[in-house]
Design a protein around this ligand. Sequence first.
Ligand code: PLP
Length: 430
Amino acid sequence: MNTKKSEALYQSALNFMPGGVNSPVRACKNVGKTPLFIERAEGDKIIDADGNEYIDYVCSWGPNILGHGRKEIIEAVKHSCDNGLTFGACHRGEIALAEIIQRNIPSMEMLRLVNSGTEAVMSAVRAARGYTGRDKIIKFEGCYHGHSDGLLVRAGSGLLTGAIPDSAGVPKGYTENTLLAVYNSEQSVTELFEKYGNEIAAVIIEPCAANMGVVPPKKGFLEFLRSITEQYQSILIFDEVITGFRLSLGGAQQYYGVTPDLTTLGKIVGGGMPLAVYGGKREIMECVAPLGSVYQAGTLSGNPAAVSAGLAALSILKSEPELYEQLDKKGEVLEKAFVESGFNVNRVGSLLTVFFTSQVVTDYDTAKTSDTKEFARFYSYLLENGIYTAPSQFEAMFLSSAHSNEDIDYTCEIISQYKKIIGNQKRRTQ
Ligand SMILES: *Cc1c(COP(=O)(O)O)cnc(C)c1O
């Protein structure tokens, strides 16, 4: 595999950006590599600066559920751009997008468009605090909710494998109201409520965790969170930045049948453009300015080009309801290939993670038992065989409607050969 051009570009990038990247996990440090520079992408393929082509299972970390460069989305953005890029004012696209979101996720009675998942979660937490007049929140170890100060505690993915256990530059006071619970542990949540009960504004969770690798909620766990938050009049926030429009049209809340008070969306909802959303119960959202005293604003919020991309993506998803079943089928095929080759895999629909541990992964501690050196070896093996996955153990493989059966079958073939090839390599080096 020739990656000379990527390597040269990386050297240039190092002069300008910390680690040469605009988001840390792209640096590929965890797997002992330097980043590939991507030239273009189409369907289920991504092509680097040296012309190498890969089957892409990153899908931009989730947004591209319809694959790369879907015609309808590109056309919608082009058309929108013909009318100007940003107005900093109201436009009809905002209503159309809000309406389609609300029709699919009815718990989002009112919502706000923002620019990133980080911003959506930060704002949802602020709204929950403003509404309840309480300060503390509960988050779960291994769940990632963006990089705002108060949420950078045991936050999974980039932080799980990186050199930074938590982040420098976050004053202790900013996280002292962040209480940590264990994913899937009712007891850990109960203990926090027994201790801090009426001080807890909200419980925030990835309803299916995907930032410590994929970790599904145990049966009854989300229902338990629903009932204990009701008991203490706390707000239940589902961070559906990954799961929204991925597990189903109605997100994880429809998939699992548990309704939160507030929801955050990102990734898919922007159709590949920077757009995210927070929203929920009307009476909570009515606390947000200008109706209420919770301040939140954005110069580019509701950006017309981003809105048009989101609208086009959601319209396609809505008009092809069979798509979710097909994605699940593809996930099942991949899962089967992994299982048959003796891999330990967690899968929910089109989200899938392979862990290199003999333990069943149900939370952050069990996720961390995965052998990241073994992961790095597997990652390199896939890449060398034209399969592009996230360069971190603690991420998901994402499937899209553009993944062809042929490419999935090829991936299964490569997976099935791994243990034999690695076994031979190990024998040779001994
Ligand atoms: C990606 C992600 C975020 C942050 O979104 P950005 O757009 O990267 O700021 C928040 N929550 C979850 C669950 C995510 O996966």
